[in-house]
Design a protein around this ligand. Structure first.
Ligand SMILES: Cc1cc2nc3c(=O)[nH]c(=O)nc-3n(C[C@H](O)[C@H](O)[C@H](O)COP(=O)(O)OP(=O)(O)OC[C@H]3O[C@@H](n4cnc5c(N)ncnc54)[C@H](O)[C@@H]3O)c2cc1C
Ligand SMILES: O=C(O)[C@@H]1CCCC=N1
Length: 386
């Protein structure tokens, strides 16, 4: 006998957890299914920290983060758990490059507080960093660090407090679409009038059950921590900011970092891309070309760090070709909603994404224009296997 719910959400990462929380807040009987034992470190939402920022090169992200900050603050108040620390975000890039100018003008247009630095006053504001010749720099002053593990736990606890059901250690093995969707797992069979798929790197595998192919690529990210030569030179308490380079070796391949905080004496600096992997085989992906790029960058620009990673952890990105999210209904089955392809920058949007996926599931007009996130933008793949 199948158990019945109003909605089933597959995947208890940050997006599935916030979507479930929104659904249960709207009085929907909701089941959140997760393949691993919670909490786990095998997807994209684990780890102690993520950057939160309004600095983007597209208006729509900056504008969504207006509400994003408010929702994170509300959750902090409701839970009594500190989830956000303001550090500012230092943005650097070739002063006349399109990407740097896009970041800067998006903040200006959207009246986001920022401080522009000059080569003359840069080291006064940002000690122990060498600004490359020809680079511009500014600080998105409201940006900071989100405490990711805590945030995920709080979202799941709030969902459960309102009566939501989480079943972990239950891998979804089959989905049968229809006016009532049937979901089979390693342990049971469930039915609901609506389904949300927020399966992160496993999205492609799950979508095969409902005849949809999206152009998603999963990459393994080496999460690198670098030792300070003098302890605390880049510490959050010394107001060292998060940082982001607007240009990498390839378009979209930034380097970014967070002040030392999570491991004593270590600063997290990562390359915003990695090598393709199967999410179930990620430990077999051992490419370290990104670490070579980081070593060179740190030698050049962070003289206070030892240019050899002291700790390397791993995580995965699920990339779309344009690096914009997928937030849409299934083209053939309107009661199946998909949230995917967060392309390494989705955490900060968690509360907003949860709200949007909930609105799509309930058949409401979404709070934002979702044109950039539609499945139909992938022209060639829409034919797919449908
Ligand atoms: C190293 C790194 C740094 C990042 N930095 C930032 C940052 O600074 N700021 C920012 O905003 N974002 C950042 N991101 C991106 C952000 O973390 C991700 O966009 C976000 O966590 C994606 O969440 P998700 O819920 O889509 O995926 P996931 O967290 O992977 O969740 C999907 C869940 O679905 C489950 N699942 C999959 N298949 C099944 C199945 N068949 N049955 C049951 N369960 C299933 C998985 O086990 C998993 O728990 C970073 C990501 C990484 C990896
Ligand atoms: O989303 C973020 O803020 C981080 C930093 C830039 C690259 C990806 N993730």
């Amino acid at each position: 006998m199948a158990s019945n719910y109003d909605y089933i959400v597959i995947g208890a990462g940050i997006q599935g957890s916030f979507t479930s929380y929104q659904l249960v807040k709207r009085k929907k009987k909701t089941l959140l299914l997760e393949q691993f034992t919670l909490p786990h470190t095998r997807g994209s939402s684990h780890g102690q920290t993520r950057i939160i920022r309004k600095a983007y090169d597209q208006d729509f992200y900056t504008q969504m983060m207006d509400e994003g900050y408010k929702l994170w603050a509300q959750l902090e108040r409701e839970s009594g758990v500190k989830l956000y620390r303001r550090t500012g975000l230092l943005v650097m890039g070739p002063e006349n490059s399109e990407s740097y100018l896009d970041f800067k003008s998006t903040l200006e247009k959207n009246k986001t507080p920022m401080v522009v630095l000059t080569p003359d006053n840069f080291s006064q504001h940002i000690p122990n960093v060498i600004l490359a010749d020809g680079d511009g720099a500014f600080v998105d002053t409201t940006a900071g660090v989100l405490y990711a593990d805590r945030a995920l736990k709080v979202a799941q606890e709030h969902f459960q407090k309102l009566g939501g059901v989480i079943k972990d250690q239950e891998k979804v093995t089959d989905i049968k679409p229809g006016p009532i969707v049937t979901v089979s797992t390693s342990a049971g069979v469930y039915q609901a009038k609506g389904l949300v798929i927020t399966a992160g790197p496993w999205t492609t595998k799950l979508l095969t059950h409902i005849d949809l192919h999206l152009p998603l690529t999963v990459v393994k990210i080496n999460v690198c921590y670098w030792k300070e030569k003098i302890p605390d030179s880049y510490h959050v308490k010394k107001r060292f900011p998060c940082f982001l380079l607007t240009e990498g070796e390839e378009a979209g391949d930034h380097i970014y970092g967070l002040p030392s905080n999570e491991y004593p004496g270590l600063m997290k600096i990562c390359y915003h891309n990695g090598s393709e992997t199967d999410p179930d085989q990620r430990d077999k992906q051992t490419d370290t070309a990104d670490i070579d790029i980081l070593r060179r960058y740190i030698t050049r620009s962070f003289p206070g760090l030892i240019p050899e990673p002291a700790v390397v952890e791993s995580c995965m990105y699920t990339l779309t070709p344009d690096r914009h999210f997928v937030l849409d209904r299934h083209p053939a089955y309107g009661n199946i909603v998909i949230g995917a392809g967060f392309s390494g920058h989705g955490f900060k949007f968690g509360p907003v994404i949860g709200k949007l996926l909930c609105e799509l599931s309930l058949g409401e007009v979404p709070s934002y224009d979702l044109t950039p996130f539609r499945i139909s933008r992938f022209q060639t793949n829409l034919k797919s296997s449908l």
